[in-house]
Design a protein around this ligand. Structure first.
Ligand code: A3P
Length: 307
């Protein structure tokens, strides 16, 4: 069989293999669904740090900042492996041969403490042991419009994701929560509420862009860590968009080869606030805003959509 045909088949298989299934009303990947019992029973340890986000809200960025803090600014240590392997992605399971297989659970279980774990789960689906162990959690939220644009491009470049359809169609799916990990609106609101009851540092992508130093200091305080000015500047430099875009351990060029096509849209795409203006038509914007108002009427949560 011609190589490009084989590649085609693999990509098709990837799309077929990872179907969306509803778990308590939240669309998740089928392998997450079929291993859910184990995820739910996951044993968190008291010194675990969970980084929780809606997909495309700045997870990788935050992971890099936290790792740089944990390694006291030692860049080489942070390059020990890719983000995806350094910080187990809890509910993520890709069955298959060892070249593609990934189990966030197994990776986490085998990892010595202190662990940094990643999740995109809405708050109600977080395994109860995280609450029982009173683990620290960093939640990062990004304004809906930029989050949506980023998610759309991620669907285009990642053949393991469901077909996004047209921009217009994807926007509709996002607004109705018919996308992987469900409603953005419920996700950000649910975690916002939870922060009053648990040890959650709730951050915003826009604030991180506006003043990364200020937000890194917030993270340091939350983690009860201290670094000198040199290390702080190093963290700022190595977690900037420009540096991370070139870092193969953080830009997802090492994982998902043949699944993520960075020539369609790189994982490190723009890293900007306000890019939505390049995608929303005036009519789409009006419709989105009206719907947003209704969905967000019951929260005090406010986002910046431009800087
Ligand atoms: P864009 O697609 O808008 O560029 P996640 O890690 O949650 O999947 O989020 C990915 C988004 O975060 C992408 O957004 C990516 O470019 C952006 N991003 C990653 N690292 C960043 C950084 N250091 N600074 C700003 N944005 C960053």
């Amino acid at each position: 069989m011609a190589l490009d045909k084989m590649k085609d088949l693999n990509l098709k298989e990837a799309r077929l293999q990872l179907q969306l299934v509803e778990l308590e009303g939240i669309p998740v990947m089928e392998p997450t669904y079929s291993t859910w019992d184990r995820v739910w029973k996951f044993k968190a340890r008291p010194d675990d740090l969970l980084i929780a986000t809606y997909a495309k809200a700045g997870t990788t960025w935050t992971q890099e900042i936290v790792d740089m803090i944990q390694q006291n600014g030692d860049v080489e240590k942070c390059r020990r492996d890719t983000t995806y392997k350094r910080h187990p992605f809890l509910e993520w399971y890709i069955p298959g041969p060892s070249s593609v297989r990934y189990s966030g659970l197994e990776l986490a279980e085998a990892m010595p403490s202190p662990r940094i774990l990643k999740t995109h789960l809405p708050v109600q689906l977080v395994p109860p042991s995280f609450w029982e162990q009173n683990c620290k959690i960093i939640y990062v939220a990004r304004n809906a419009k930029d989050n949506l644009v980023s998610y759309y491009h991620f669907h285009r470049m990642n053949k393991a994701m469901p077909e996004p359809g047209t921009w217009e169609e994807f926007m509709e799916k996002f607004m109705t929560g018919k996308v992987l990990w469900g409603s953005w609106y419920d996700h950000v609101k649910g975690w916002w509420k939870a922060k009053d009851k648990h040890r959650i540092l709730y951050l915003f992508f826009e604030d991180m862009k506006e003043n990364p130093k200020r937000e890194i200091l917030k993270i340091l305080k939350f983690l009860e860590k201290d670094v000198n000015e040199d290390v702080l500047n190093k963290i700022l430099f190595y977690t900037s968009f420009e540096t991370m875009k070139e870092n193969p351990m953080a830009n997802y060029t090492r994982d998902f080869q043949g699944i993520m096509d960075h020539s369609i849209s790189p994982f490190m795409r723009k890293g900007a606030v306000g890019d939505w203006k390049n995608y929303f038509t005036v009519t789409q914007n009006k419709k989105f805003d009206e719907d947003y108002k209704k969905k967000m009427a019951d929260t005090s949560l406010v986002f910046q959509t431009e800087l």
